[in-house]
Design a protein around this ligand. Sequence first.
Ligand code: IMP
Ligand code: MG
Length: 188
Amino acid sequence: MKDLYGDIDRVLIDEKQIEARTRELSRQIEADYEDTEDLLLICVLKGGYVFLSDLSRALARPHDIDFMGVSSYGAGTQSSGAVQIIMDLKQPIAGRNVLIVEDIVDSGRTLDYMLRNLQARSPGSLRICTLLSKPARREVEVPIDYTGFEIPDEFVVGYGLDFDELYRNLPFIAVMKPAVFAHLTNGD
Ligand code: IMP
Ligand code: MG
């Protein structure tokens, strides 16, 4: 069996840091949405599932959740640039207070696409909460309302984030050993 931990070079953000920051973000979100009963968290699949689960449980206020599956990456570490909806929401969002929950904003293309797509459905409000952001990689500016951590330009895995569909279950954010990428040429 593959040794996931053996592929890790170093832990960038550990479980305690993630937990503490998630708690801070939750308090901020609670305060910002204090005056409304309505809040819908939209989890961007697949990567957002771990963060959504922790953020949702940290939020001491009513909210419901929905899921949206988008794909912009193949098996590699470079975005193909083309974003596709592979699973849509189960409900209309017209008039709703919508908060997108994402794992990481890299080039910004995925969220830029999602923002335009969701805005066209006339939500009451639309904001973004991302656990991670790599500002150095941005190609399209996206207005992020809540950021967990800004990280350097390194490919990370764990806590929902994958490389080639693996490592999502690691409970921390980690940088992989360069040897793991060695067989890749470019892109997908
Ligand atoms: P963007 O469209 O370039 O902003 O990329 C967003 C998506 O790419 C995220 O939702 C992730 O699924 C994926 N991604 C970007 N950077 C990383 C990384 O360092 N590790 C794993 N996935 C990443
Ligand atoms: Mg991914």
